[in-house]
Design a protein around this ligand. Structure first.
Ligand code: NAD
Length: 375
C-alpha cells in the first residue's frame, strides 16, 4: 500500500502504527505538522473496510487539524489517531489503556482528544496510561455548573457566531430574527446550534436519520421537520450541514436554494471544485474547519486551565477570522476555501516551508512498526 505518495500524506512528519496483541488494539497515529506546537486531535474508532481506508482517513483528518488549529490561533499542531474497530462491540478498558500507552510513546508530540466513536469514558481509560489526553477534565463553567470534557457546545457556539458573520456579509443583516436556517443533522452540535438560532429568533428546518433527535428539535425549538432528501433543496437563507462529510456534492450543488452554506460538519465539500461551484452560484461558503474550531479551542483552554470566559471569547473571535476571509476572498477574486487555506499556511509555514525538526523516531505498542518522513 502506498503511503508517502497519497494526496493527503502532504508532508506528514510522522505516521505510526500501534499493534497490541493482548487487547486487540490496531491503531494509527498521524502527526501532520508541529511547527506551532504539539499535534492535538481526536481519536476516531471506526470499523474501516480496509487498512488502506484507515490510513487515508487518519492522514486526511490529521492534515485538517493543522489547518484548523493554525487558523484558530492556537499554539498547537495537527494530528489525529484512528482505532480500527467497531465502537459498538469492540471497546474495552484494556483497549483504551493500550491506546494510552501508544500515545505516551510519542512523548507528547500527539495529544489525544475525543472524536466519533470515542467517548469521555474511553479517554479517561487512556488517561490512566498517559497525560497526553485532552478533554477528560471536569470543569466549572461561567454559571457554576460542572461540565464534562464534551466540546460540542463550544463547537456549536463557534458555528453560531460564524452564521451571524456570514449573514452580515452576505445579506447585510445584523439580526437573526426571521432568518430561515436548514440544519442537516441535529445531533450534539446541530441541536446546540439550533438552540442558539432559536434563541436569536431564527426559524429552523431540520432533518436527521434519528427520529428521537427530530422530535426533540420539533417539540423544544418549534423546528419544521424536513425529509433527508429534501433538506438541501429547501428555500432558506442558510444551509448548515451538521451530519456527515460531502454534503456539498455534484448533485446537491444544483439543488441548493440558500445564499449561505455554514455548518459544523467536517469535509463538507465532496471535492475541492465545489468551492468554485458555490462561488459561481453566488453562494457564500463559510469554510468548515474555520467555523467548527470552537471545540478544539475549548479543549485547549480547559487542558491548560485558561478558564471558560477566556475560551468563550476566543471562540467568539472565529467570527472575526471569518470576516477577514470573506473580505480577502472578495478582494482577491478567490474562493473562501482557498483564502482560508492560504491564511492557515501563512501561519504554520510562514516561509512557505515546513519548519519541523528532523526527528524520525516512531514507536508502536506491542510489536511496533513505524513510518516517518522526518521533516
Ligand atoms: P453527532 O453524531 O452527535 O450528530 C450527527 C447527527 O447527524 C446525528 O443526529 C445523526 O443521526 C445525524 N445524521 C447522520 N447521518 C445523517 C444523514 N445522512 N442525514 C441527516 N442526518 C444524519 O455528531 P456531532 O458531534 O454533532 O458532529 C456533527 C458533525 O460536526 C460531524 O461531521 C463532526 O465531525 C463535526 N464536528 C463536530 C465537533 C464536535 O465538537 N462534536 C467538532 C468539529 C466538527
Amino acid at each position: 500500500m502506498a503511503v508517502f505518495s497519497l494526496a493527503d500524506f502532504d508532508g506528514h512528519e510522522k505516521v505510526v502504527f500501534g499493534n497490541d496483541l493482548e487487547s486487540g488494539l490496531k491503531s494509527i497515529i498521524a502527526v501532520h505538522n508541529t511547527n506551532l506546537g504539539p499535534a492535538l486531535g481526536g481519536c476516531r474508532m471506526y470499523p474501516y473496510f480496509s487498512e488502506e481506508d484507515a490510513v487515508k482517513d487518519v492522514l486526511r483528518l490529521s492534515r485538517g487539524m493543522t489547518y484548523k488549529s493554525a487558523l484558530a490561533g492556537l499554539p498547537m499542531g495537527g494530528g489525529k489517531s484512528v482505532i480500527i474497530g467497531n465502537p459498538a462491540t469492540g471497546k474495552s478498558e484494556a483497549l483504551f489503556r493500550a491506546m494510552g500507552r501508544f500515545v505516551n510513546s510519542l512523548s507528547g508530540q500527539y495529544v489525544m482528544a475525543q472524536d466519533s466513536g470515542t467517548s469521555v469514558a474511553d479517554l479517561q481509560a487512556a488517561a490512566k496510561e498517559t497525560s497526553y489526553v485532552a478533554g477528560v477534565e471536569e470543569t466549572v463553567d461561567d454559571q457554576g455548573n460542572i461540565r464534562d470534557g464534551n466540546p460540542s457546545p463550544a463547537t456549536a457556539f463557534g458555528v453560531f457566531v460564524s452564521i451571524q458573520a456570514a449573514v452580515r456579509h452576505q445579506l447585510g443583516r445584523a439580526s437573526m430574527r426571521g432568518l430561515k436556517v436548514a440544519i442537516q443533522g441535529v445531533g450534539k452540535v446541530g441541536f446546540a446550534l439550533a438552540q442558539h438560532l432559536h434563541g436569536a429568533g431564527a426559524h429552523l428546518l431540520v432533518s436527521d436519520v434519528n427520529e428521537k433527535n427530530l422530535i426533540q428539535a420539533r417539540d423544544r425549538l418549534q423546528a419544521t421537520v424536513v425529509d433527508n432528501d429534501t433538506i438541501c433543496k429547501v428555500e432558506a437563507d442558510v444551509f448548515a450541514p451538521c451530519a456527515m462529510g460531502g454534503a456539498i456534492n455534484d448533485i446537491s450543488i444544483n439543488q441548493l436554494r440558500t445564499s449561505i452554506v455554514a455548518g459544523a460538519a467536517n469535509n463538507q465539500l465532496a471535492t475541492p471544485q465545489m468551492a468554485d461551484a458555490l462561488r459561481e452560484r453566488g453562494i457564500l461558503y463559510a469554510p468548515d474547519y474555520v467555523i467548527n474550531a470552537g471545540g478544539i479551542i475549548h479543549i485547549h483552554y480547559m487542558r491548560n486551565q485558561l478558564g471558560w470566559e477566556a475560551s468563550t471569547q476566543h471562540v467568539r473571535r472565529i467570527g472575526d477570522t471569518l470576516q477577514e476571509i470573506f473580505a480577502r476572498a472578495d478582494a482577491e477574486n478567490s474562493t473562501t476555501a482557498a483564502v482560508a487555506d492560504l491564511m492557515a499556511e501563512e501561519r504554520f509555514m510562514p516561509n512557505g516551508v515546513f519548519l519541523a525538526s528532523d526527528e524520525t523516531i516512531g514507536v508502536g505498542v506491542g510489536a511496533p512498526q513505524l513510518m516517518s518522513n522526518g521533516r
